[in-house]
Write a protein of this length. Structure first.
Length: 257
């Protein structure tokens, strides 16, 4: 069953009255310099890679960090060795915005992910217009034709789709797209429960050659070790980095795994 939060966010996206006409956002997206190569940045190496997230609050944890200057935090992440930056752009539950993404884009030379409940081509153009290099698609939130349409548009605009899954059948749907970057979110979006073992159970189902991203629930180095030993190439970390003091010091411990 589609989580209520996700269903509402998708319904919002579908019914939104846009502030700018599609043609304008499309033109702004096409006028941007080429997107950065996220596949290259996240290519598996001898150590785990980190996508570091700008996250102010969340439905499961409430307020996490005020983050008055997302660009400054992104620069710290870059200095600390992150391979990409995730920016939550959803406003109501996560306190994010496209303005955050634009600010981060200008501050760092790393690929930037638009992390949101993406359900329309408009949002994909908006992401590119704001400078995103990657766009998250949540398999559970989209039917196959929409998933395909949005996936193809992201690729056509030169960006990289990060395909988020939470179950075996969703990984099959991600594989059918030809996805090169696939995440398993440990967080059940209906109950918010965290299952750090889910990644390991689904890891054998990843298609050959896909980059494997473990999303959510990294609170300590032990969690990174756990994901890495289960086959993760990349971990996506929010809460631990925005609440854990010096992000550079935290990243250095994660990146040693
Ligand atoms: O974080 C939440 O509570 C949440 C609830 C419902 C949908 C999505 C949610 N979070 C988005 C994410 O996937 C995480 O921000 C990201 O994976 C980082 O997770 P964490 O390191 O556990 O903060």
């Amino acid at each position: 069953m589609l989580a209520e939060l996700t269903a509402n966010a998708v319904a919002d996206a579908l019914s939104r009255r846009e502030s700018a006409p599609l043609a304008e956002v499309e033109a702004a997206a096409l006028a941007r310099p080429a997107a950065l190569d996220a596949i290259e940045a996240l290519r598996p190496g001898s150590r785990v890679k980190v996508i570091a997230e700008i996250k102010r609050s969340s439905p499961s944890r409430g307020a996490l960090a005020s983050i008055e200057d997302p660009a400054a935090l992104a620069r710290r992440y870059e200095l600390g060795g992150a391979s990409a930056i995730s920016v939550l752009t959803e406003g109501r539950k996560f306190g994010g915005s496209l303005a955050d993404l634009e600010a981060v884009r200008q501050a760092v030379a790393l690929p930037v992910l638009r992390k949101d409940f993406i359900a329309t081509p408009y949002q994909v153009f908006e992401a590119r217009a704001a400078g995103a290099d990657l766009v998250l698609l949540i398999v559970a939130a989209l039917d196959d034709p929409t998933l395909r349409e949005l996936y193809d548009l992201i690729v056509e605009l030169g960006m990289t789709p990060l395909i988020e899954t939470h179950a075996a059948d969703e990984l099959e749907r991600a594989a059918a797209l030809g996805a090169r970057l696939i995440g398993v979110n440990a967080r059940d979006l209906s109950t918010f429960e965290l299952d750090r073992d889910l990644f390991g159970r689904l890891a054998p189902l990843f298609p050959e050659g896909a980059i494997r991203v473990a999303e959510s629930a990294v609170l300590s180095v032990a969690d990174v070790v756990h994901y890495r030993s289960s086959g993760a190439d990349v971990v996506l970390v929010g809460e631990a980095l925005v609440t854990g003091g010096d992000p550079i010091a935290n990243l250095s411990t994660f990146l040693a795994v």
